[in-house]
Design a protein around this ligand. Structure first.
Ligand code: 13P
Ligand code: ZN
Ligand code: NA
Length: 283
């Protein structure tokens, strides 16, 4: 069965690695991720945004993830990523999601706390883990767009208050990463991350990992990051593989052939990212 992210993240915290959370969209991308994770003996989180659930259907995603968990011997979690509709989160938890991010980071502090608490109270009884965010990442993640001027780094003192008052399992921090790729190499605020880590004892989550150099991810893990979110850097090799296939075979129409052309290059990146998270061999 699919598991929550609680034990996964606590083990990562104890043994100083991060569990990779890969944004997936369909059968093909789920299979690539779990097969790569199985080969490298890594725990893995399958993350879906609201628009992915709209696209693929919650029940289909849950069914595929459950089969994946049955077929493999690694821990697999199915996680709601960047959800801010309380009703929807509850509905998908009821259907079978094992972990959820309530992203009310765009609301004022007190409102963020209120919404997050409501989800925590609901999820805790059901053994579902809850991640929330304080601060705001610049960039675009599906329908979620944040302009540079609206981005906010996480305040360490407020992070402590937020974690204590909400009773969340993990906290997503804003320390200079962005959703999507970067115009120039991102500079992460490691001092801030250390200060947050000093105050907050629960596992910390890094969003926007696509485009961040391996060394910066490594340093973030040393400083307390236990979950790393990766989306954009998986979409690009898949799309490039499919594009190349059609350039070479403009008359092709067999989905098994053109989808396979995207799956192989994506799998290589998934494996690279597992190694980057140092979660290889942790199962
Ligand atoms: P990237 O697209 O930058 O990898 O961000 C992924 C993410 O944070 C998903 O929640
Ligand atoms: Zn994110
Ligand atoms: Na990014």
């Amino acid at each position: 069965t699919i598991v929550s992210t609680k034990e996964m993240l606590l083990d990562a915290q104890k043994r100083k690695y991060a569990v990779p959370a890969f944004n997936i969209h369909n059968l093909e991308t789920i299979r690539i991720v779990v097969e790569a994770a199985q080969e490298l003996k890594s725990p893995v989180i399958l993350a879906v945004t609201p628009s992915t659930v709209e696209y693929a259907g919650a029940e289909y995603l849950i069914a595929i993830a459950r089969v994946a968990a049955l077929k493999h011997s690694i821990p697999i979690a199915l996680h709601l990523d960047h959800f801010n509709d309380i009703k929807l989160i509850k509905k998908y938890i009821d259907l079978g999601f094992s972990s959820a991010m309530i992203d009310a980071s765009h609301d004022p502090f007190e409102e963020n706390i209120k919404k997050t608490k409501e989800i925590v109270e609901y999820a805790k009884n059901l053994g579902v883990t809850v991640e929330a965010e304080l601060g705001r990442l610049v960039g675009q993640e599906d329908d979620l767009v944040v302009e540079e001027k609206d981005s906010v780094f996480t305040n360490p003192t407020m992070a402590l208050e937020f974690a204590e008052r909400t009773n969340i399992d993990s906290l997503a921090v804003a320390i200079g990463t962005a959703h999507g790729l970067y115009k120039s190499e991102p500079k992460l605020d490691f001092d801030r991350l250390s200060q947050i880590k000093e105050k907050v004892s629960i596992p910390l989550v890094l969003h926007g990992a696509s485009g961040v150099p391996v060394e910066s991810i490594g340093k973030s893990i040393e400083l307390g990051i236990c979950k790393v979110n990766i989306a954009t850097e998986l979409k690009i090799p898949f799309a490039d593989g499919v594009k190349k296939f059609f350039q070479k075979n403009p008359d092709a129409s067999d989905p098994r052939k053109y989808l396979s052309a995207g799956m192989l290059p994506m799998k290589e990146v998934v494996m690279e990212k597992i190694k980057m998270c140092k979660s290889e061999g942790k199962v």
